[in-house]
Design a protein around this ligand. Sequence first.
Ligand SMILES: C[S@@+](CC[C@H](N)C(=O)[O-])C[C@H]1O[C@@H](n2cnc3c(N)ncnc32)[C@H](O)[C@@H]1O
Length: 274
Amino acid sequence: MFELPTPQDDGLYIPSVGEWSRDKHYFLMRYIDAFVTAMKNKQWAGLHYIDIFAGAGIERLEDSKELDWGSPLIAAKAPHSFDKLHLCEKNKQAYDALNTRIRRIKPDSQVLHGDANEKIQEILEDIPDRTLSLAFLDPYGLHLAFDTLRALAKRRADLIIFFPDHLDALRNWEHNYLDNPDSNLDRYLGKGSDWRSIINKTPQARRAEVLRELYVKQVRTLGYTQFEYERISTKNRPLYVLIFCSRSELAAKLWRGTSQTKLDGQRTFDFDKS
Ligand SMILES: C[S@@+](CC[C@H](N)C(=O)[O-])C[C@H]1O[C@@H](n2cnc3c(N)ncnc32)[C@H](O)[C@@H]1O
């Protein structure tokens, strides 16, 4: 894995985030390194990076107060680099900071301000045919519409999806989503998921697993065949799962190889389903 020097406070906006943000960046960094190294000499016309919930590019970890590179800056600074970055951020303050930071490193990047679910078409139009992309899809909650994934699936792209089971779905389904047919959970899981009848029949201890299976079943309909999972927790409390999706066995093998060693140096072999 490549290493980056700790970011300096550059005077631009820096949002505060949970310490666990460091874990997802660790897995992203390792995968980017393996992905670009393995794929750059293949038949692709270019390698692109898509990050449509991009954040500000630098984050402050809320307990330690340390600064950490955000996902778009990790992709921009990777030594084996992508041909082009495609970024989107809805929050104006975060977007302005991101745009300034990215322009200093990769000035030809596409950096859009707005709702990712509305901007996806504009992003796809900027990605040439016969290219391979890695998409990091990392909202705070259930804000990635399934229709956005459907659009993305028209391009050849591996996906790393933030699946906020404990952070959002299980916390809110009963009080906020059950009676709203156009809820965030409905838009996230896509049409025909039938989550209401399934979740009601499922014992509480299995609901996270069942929701994830439901989501993966939906993603399979888009042509994805390979799925890998990385549980992110804090102090043994499960928060969300990173779901890696690809059509390529080689890519899945790369993900398994890079995610086997955790940030704390531990190696795990079975996915913790809690
Ligand atoms: C978890 S943070 C992203 C962190 C970033 N991926 C990283 O790892 O450094 C989620 C970001 O998505 C943005 N966001 C939320 N809803 C959005 C939407 N519909 N379209 C684009 N950005 C959105 C938020 O403002 C926030 O900056």
